[in-house]
Design a protein around this ligand. Sequence first.
Ligand SMILES: C[S@@+](CC[C@H](N)C(=O)[O-])C[C@H]1O[C@@H](n2cnc3c(N)ncnc32)[C@H](O)[C@@H]1O
Length: 351
Amino acid sequence: MPKKDLTKIAYKTLQQGKSIAGLAHKELSTKVMEFFSPESIPKTSKVSRELLNELRKSMIELEEVDWEEAENGIYPKTLLFEAPWLDWLKKYPLIWLDLPSTWIRRKNKNTRDIPKRINRENYPSYYLQNFHHQTDGYLSDKSAELYDIQVEILFNGTADAMRRRILSPLKEGLNKFNLDQTKLKILDVATGTGRTLQQMRSTFPETNITGIDLSGSYLKQASKYLNNRDGEMVELVKGNVENMPFNDESFHAITCVFLFHELPREARQNVINECYRILKPGGSFILADSIQLSDSPKFNSVMENFRKFFHEPYYIDYVKDDISEKLVKRGFNEVSSNSFFMTKVWSAKKE
Ligand SMILES: C[S@@+](CC[C@H](N)C(=O)[O-])C[C@H]1O[C@@H](n2cnc3c(N)ncnc32)[C@H](O)[C@@H]1O
């Protein structure tokens, strides 16, 4: 059998394994919650068999695109298998140990249980919350250590495949400059624990890459993860992405993954305005976040259940928000979007 076919089988098998593991974890943890803390369970809509089939089909389509783009050299195939497996395995029991505190917060509707040592003046009010009932919100090392595994479980092992959907439009945007890789500068906004940064570093090994986030703990986690892997230095900056510490026209491209659904409407526009300011003329802004009501109506109940099950205070507003209009309002051109499983990707250009 040709090596290419074997690699594809390995990729498909890995994805299937991650999907089964994610589903099994969710099923089991919900049963345990039903037993120990039934009051913590929100009322969600039943997902029909047809909808489950649609979801499965959409997930397989995402994986096909992911494979095809690697096969076509948009990014290296090694990225399809990239994860700190041993580290995740070691940390997995901590997810279970953390569950009871999550149930208590759910039951008491306590969504602002943030570490006392935090100086609240340094953060916008919307940030000081337990998004997805996460212990300590984004504001502790413990939260940062568990985040990647939690996201993998949430999306049944497709989180990285969804993040990778930014790489093709990003490459296309950078190619327009016709410059040597070493002369290009990319910024990843709300970079979190660095998974997107690693994907970028593998795809553009000689390009200057920066990540910015408001969580020192998440940046520390990103630094650990990136330092343990091959590749050039990546710069990590702590700051609020509504007001970034970069000069006008600094970057050739800017990306932003899974941030917008956690921002109030006004902050979304502020981030778009900031990205426009610090992009060079001709630069691209690539944004990835949840699918929205208008373009994925068949998944409405899944979006609704997501909001009910997890603390996502701005999600319902986000799924109705016209992001393309916001981009155009700030002056972006060539605005387009495309959906892949649970993720929508916008691409926009600054003239
Ligand atoms: C859902 S996580 C997404 C992280 C990462 N992009 C990923 O793909 O996993 C949201 C991230 O946005 C960051 N964040 C939220 N609001 C922010 C703000 N105003 N300024 C900077 N970072 C912010 C959080 O600290 C967190 O790391």
